[in-house]
Design a protein around this ligand. Sequence first.
Ligand SMILES: [Fe+2]
Ligand SMILES: [Fe+2]
Length: 295
Amino acid sequence: MSDTAAPRALTGAQVGIPPRHIDFRFSRDSQRHFFYDNNPLASLMFVVFSGIFPPGERFFMESVRHFRDQITDPVLKAQVSGFMGQEALHGREHERLNELFRERGLDVDLPARYVRFGLRQLERFSPRLQLACTTMMEHFTAHLAEQWLTDKALAASSDPEMLKLWYWHALEELEHKSVAYDVFELIGGTQRERKQAGWLVGIFVMLPVVASWLRLLIKEGQLFNLAENRRGLRALFGRGALISQVLRHMPKFWRRKFHPQQQQTQALEEAWRARLFGPAGELSDVYRNPGKAVG
Ligand SMILES: [Fe+2]
Ligand SMILES: [Fe+2]
């Protein structure tokens, strides 16, 4: 390369957001239908999440891409490309998992359809509001990720390969948790827009999510499995439970001085990077581009 060549742009990996290519190989053992706590209601929530991630993450990427040209800071530029790469790969691997769900007879396309419809409605709003919605969903996802990485019932999942996918995704959600928000700040995003996003996400994302979860429960013939449903609801929404712990942090998003870095997860990220991608990491064997990532 000549001396006059333009300096190379930073990569996502160089700023701590490496898009990691993973090939998950899911077991075809159909015994593992309700992998979370052996509970239909709670397991179906994970099916819903996996179903909505591909369209949801595409929406996130598009809402950030819209403002990409306005970014001049080389670090934020690199963080955005790391964010795009990570989200694209999450979508790809969740599609692979969704294929497994389909093979098991789980209608994972139902939540995807519901949420795609909701996201299409969101796309009628201004790009700024769409980005505000993304920052809210990224806040939710980052807290969900923190819970996934520390949740005991998930750790006892009956499906070890699926578990690795949830962990990989969760770690990367924490690594890029500030990126969309930093772009939102750059374009002068306001607290008012964040409040509006709360309504929009509630109506166009949360409602379809809950409706599709309920319909999946009906389709699986589990709606009147009352004892199990009570147990599942307690496992998710009980005191200190998985989703309760996430919802507890949602009001922070509307604070005047909110920033995603207020959620301190560095030590957790370090520990999981070592566990998954360290020398004898659980995902080292299926990690196809380790050279490009930071440790
Ligand atoms: Fe993601
Ligand atoms: Fe994300």
